[in-house]
Design a protein around this ligand. Structure first.
Ligand code: ADP
Ligand code: MG
Length: 211
């Protein structure tokens, strides 16, 4: 089993045309500055290290609201990461996105085989337990039903939200192809940000089977 780096994982999302939040990977503070110039503030800085799975829990995800804060935030996340591992690939610099947070992904169930998952995401996803599962491969109808089974469906048009369900269905069907073609053991996208512009991956974890 191999856990992909962020670069490899985002590369696979790109290959399957799954949209991500605007981002780049920096290996030095200079590269962070360059990305900041292109993306604009506020920005999210997060560590890419295969040893660090739950980044928020260890202070490895921070928002920089302006240029003044950038170096301090960079130092903070890199220092927090160094306390845990020497093996840091870099710092992901992302556009700060607003929206509903969903989770989607795939896992291998010893009884049923490969399954797809969709539901309420974010750092509290384990507490909400609002997820639906289907066996792979899923149909368009399966994807629609998975969304409808969760509370996410009730929020799509709630209080000014105007989230296009077909854009979520599209992501689920693309993931369905990805997990079948790319020898994926398990993966998740959490959060998949949902807003009036569509669905955008902001955190991805992919574990491949060794072939
Ligand atoms: P981890 O799951 O490893 O803790 P995430 O990258 O999922 O790290 O970030 C944790 C939380 O931080 C997300 O659930 C979301 O609330 C927030 N967050 C992460 N990236 C962004 C972003 N680009 N824009 C806005 N909020 C973000
Ligand atoms: Mg996450």
């Amino acid at each position: 089993m191999t856990m992909l780096s962020a670069e490899q994982a985002y590369g696979l999302l790109r290959k399957y045309r799954i949209k991500t939040v605007n981002h780049g990977l920096a290996r030095t503070f200079q590269e962070v500055e360059l990305l900041a110039e292109n993306i604009g503030f506020p920005l999210v800085l997060k560590i890419d290290a295969t040893q660090i799975v739950h980044k928020t829990d260890v202070g490895c995800v921070r928002v920089a609201y302006s240029y003044d804060m950038l170096e301090e935030v960079y130092k903070e996340v890199t220092n927090n990461a160094k306390k845990i591992t020497k093996d840091v690939n870099g710092v992901l610099v992302q556009e700060f996105v607003r929206g509903l947070e969903a989770i989607t992904g795939s896992a291998h169930d010893s009884q049923f085989g490969k399954v797809m998952m969709f539901g309420s995401g974010g750092v509290l996803t384990q507490i909400f337990k609002d997820v639906a599962f289907r066996l792979v491969p899923i149909s368009k109808e399966d994807a629609e039903n998975m969304i409808d089974e969760t509370k996410v469906s009730q929020l799509l048009n709630y209080r000014g939200n105007n989230i296009d369900k077909s854009k979520i269905v599209d992501v689920l069907l693309k993931l369905n192809n990805l997990v079948q073609t790319e020898n994926v053991k398990e993966m998740d996208i959490n959060p998949l940000f949902l807003n009036n512009k569509g669905a955008f991956a902001a955190d991805v974890r992919i574990v491949k089977l060794d072939s």
